[in-house]
Design a binder for this molecule. Sequence first.
Ligand code: FAD
Ligand code: ZN
Length: 481
Amino acid sequence: MSALDTHPGEGRQAAALAEIREIVGPKGWLDDPEARAPHLTDWRKLYTGRAAAVVRPASTEEVAAVVRRCAEARIPIVPQGGNTGLVGGAAPHEAGTEIVLLTDRLSRIREVDPVGNTVTVEAGVVLQDIQQAAAEADRLFPLALGAQGSCHIGGNLATNAGGLNVLRYGNARDLVLGLEVVLPDGRVWDGLSGLRKDNTGYDLKHLFVGSEGTLGIVTAAVLKLFPQPRQVMTAMLAVADPAAAVSLLHKAQEASGGQLVAFELVPKFAIDLAVAHVEGVENPVGGDTGWYVLLEFATPSTESAFIDALEQFVEKTFEEELVVDGTIAANEAQRAGLWRLREAIIEAQDRAGAQLKHDVSVAVAKVPDFIAEATAVAEAEEPGVRVVAFGHVGDGNVHLNLVQPEGADGAAFMARSDALSQAVYDVVVAMGGSISAEHGIGRLKKADLAARKSPVALDLMRKIKRALDPDGLMNPGKLLE
Ligand code: FAD
Ligand code: ZN
């Protein structure tokens, strides 16, 4: 029986909740149903649950005291950061037996160290605020994603977030040097040394990165900083097809000496949707080709030769007819406009009707075949379906969204979603890919994980879960079944 199904004696639970209320104080206890409501549902509104309490501890010590009390009274806990996750991981279940533990008051940037190139932050710091603090110290914190104005670093680490700059700087896992974690029994693991070299056995921090709140609560982290870019070049280039895009990727890496930070593939159909549905968005590139690449180079060097070489590179891709049209941002406003267009395609798809999202990855070289095959199976399964395959192609990560056929009944389309998703996942798995590249598993994909991950890997994951959280109190019913 999981912790979710248990009904702790009402008296015992009530006593524990009263003590927890004392621990977090009035500012740390959400009573008002209106204030609680946004924390009981996920960003996509796929799941809406209930909670025994919604608490906001203000320090690691308070988190530890709350968790200890919950462990004693067998109360399950759902950690929640910015609640921007896309797989329902931070929403409580319908039973109402869990407490939701918000990290928003763990909001201190403890230290910026420009010599060691590190920043030490608490779990509830908003990603954008870390980027800003790094910039103020003339450094770069490179994790960047659409939700950066709301997501918390604790959530980024718990989901091993990816985003736009993974190509050059890696994902959240690659950016972390140390963690502080409150374990399911309430003990605190202080792994904040921030050492760049430390081979003293198992690297525990990596157990918690990507664990989606199922092994403990991240309360603080030491993160890597990098030199600030001094020169940036952003371009949107039209290409014939995804194969041309992958060829362009390779050439762009070579021409820039590895200083390519972002490489996003977007089908023209998605750009057209964005221009049609989202105000203030324009497509500065003509061309009748079906695909665009948004790419960005950045270097800490101030040598003008860098930009000259890139301009020559772009010219050459035109001469070779690899690129058929395009624009290079001439100033910051134009650069922002290109990124706005990239963000707008997500908003636009929502307005085009019901859609089924997939966040998958395959080897970069296989991206063109994957897009072709997945499109073919989706169209065979659902004639008229509109396929929007876009995303971080430089990392082999495709967001394959299936938008309902024009004029069709959205609810009927979604009722067939499982057959469509399984057809797409069959293609992914046959190509040796992953059914979740960056958004994680949460509640949404746990059945798919159980069906698709190797039995050996699943066995190891379950053993780790049982070793750290034997009573199953940490975000039960998420990630693992
Ligand atoms: P939440 O949604 O609050 O939580 C996510 C999971 O982590 C839950 O399982 C929760 O229980 C757990 N958790 C949260 N905090 C902690 C903690 N302190 N300790 C332990 N567990 C914790 N994701 C990408 O990877 N790349 C993208 O490019 C990207 N773009 C996005 C764009 C938009 C517009 C939106 C809405 C989302 C996007 N996401 C993206 C998804 C989402 O932003 C990330 O998953 C993000 O890392 C979640 O952070 P959060 O603070 O909102 O976490
Ligand atoms: Zn993404």
